[in-house]
Each structure stands twice: as C-alpha cells, then as structure tokens.
Design a protein around this ligand. Sequence first.
Ligand SMILES: Nc1ncnc2c1ncn2[C@@H]1O[C@H](COP(=O)(O)OP(=O)(O)OP(=O)(O)O)[C@@H](O)[C@H]1O
Length: 232
Amino acid sequence: MFEIKNLTAGYSNESSAIHNINISIPKNEICSIVGSNGAGKTTLLKSIMGLMPSKSGEIIFDGQDISKLDSEAISQLGVAYVPQGRMIFPYLSVEENLLLGCEVRKMNLKKALEIGYDYFPDLKEIRKRKGGMLSGGQQQQLAIARMLVIDPKMILLDEPAEGIQPNVVQEIGRILQKIALDLNVTVLLVEQFVSFAINLSQSYYFLQGGEITKESRVTKDNVHSIVKSIKL
Ligand SMILES: Nc1ncnc2c1ncn2[C@@H]1O[C@H](COP(=O)(O)OP(=O)(O)OP(=O)(O)O)[C@@H](O)[C@H]1O
C-alpha cells in the first residue's frame, strides 16, 4: 500500500498549493488524480518525489515515511517519475536514452533493453532515431520504457496523454495496465484527460484548488458515471 497522509506543500510560507491530501493506493494498482490547470497535480508528484519539501504530512512507501528523503534516495527505493514534457534527450538516440537509466542503477544493459523493447516493440524499430525526432506518443513510450528498465516498484506519470493522438493514448494505457499486472508496479498518474485516466484506473481522486474533493474506487459499473460527473 502507498499512502499519503495529511500532506500539505507549497511554494511560499504564506500559501500552499496542495492542502491536507490523503491518498491510498493498494500495491500494483493504477490510481489517477484528475484536475484542471493549476489544481496542484504536478506539485503533488514533485512532493512525492522529494523535488519540493512538504510542509506537513507523511508519504508512506513500502512501510517507510519518505517525505523527508531527497529525490535521489526516493528513486533508489524504486520510485520512478516521468515529468510533464517527458525529458527525452533530443540529441541521443532512442537506445541511448533507454540506456541512460541503466547507468544510474547499474543494470545489465542487454536485459534492460529487452524489457524496454518487450513492452514497447515500436521503439525497437526506431532505436537509432534521435529523441528529438520522435512524435509525442513515441516520446511518452520512450519515457515510460526508460523508467521500466530500472526495475521500478512505483511509477509516477505527469499527464502522459498530453499532446498525443487518441489511438496512441489508448495503446499507452493498455501497456500501463500490462506493466502494473506483469511487473508488480504501482502506477500513479495525474491527468486532465478524464475518460482516459478513469478508464485505466482502479481508483481515482479529483483535485480542485489543491484539495481532494471526490474520490472512489472505479469499477465496470460506475466508470461511466464517474467520467460524466467530473467537469474540469
Ligand atoms: N514554481 C512555482 N512557484 C510558485 N507557484 C507555483 C510554482 N509552480 C506552480 N505554482 C502554483 O501552484 C499551484 C499548483 O500548480 P501545479 O503546477 O501543481 O498545478 P497542475 O495541476 O499540475 O497544473 P497543470 O495541469 O497546468 O500542469 C498553481 O496555483 C501554480 O500557479
């Protein structure tokens, strides 16, 4: 179980971008945080990842409070983060981008590439292409594959559907479900593309003005009513 308890964080002493956030995600499930521009989605992910200090609260990963750890220590524990914009290195090839992650974790390079290409076979076809020449969908696939090769326990994704064609988005969603199931990875994604995110997830939270205003498990029976009820 991944848990956030009463988390408050912000960019100045006077105000907070996220207030009193409580979230729990069972192991190997996919959870979405949906919210409009400025709701606090990126702030939440950065707080989890140790990229901005929290003011109060706890973040429990694998039974340990990680809220005071730095980002290096958090990634060593197995939490991987794909930021908005994906951070693909434009002058490196697809394969070089993939191998960069391995350097950090001292992985077996051949095995790491096999895992990446296994889940994203299209990337193998274009492995010599420079990162800057890829489409948005290919970049997102590469960013997720780069996380996979370092054998994460949890993946945080900031708006993975942004700027990507609907059919490619659906394909990425399908692969994320497979990754969570096959590799025992917990996935937390933040999104504005509500139907994509909710359909992919076992639970969701609605973030408005830095606070959670709605939350629920997602089932086959309630998925459509949840999607209809959220207006960004
Ligand atoms: N570096 C910063 N300094 C000061 N305030 C910031 C900073 N980054 C974000 N904010 C503010 O914090 C609040 C939450 O922003 P955040 O980027 O977390 O929202 P978001 O939901 O990710 O939005 P978007 O979908 O546009 O990326 C907003 O009011 C924003 O203006």
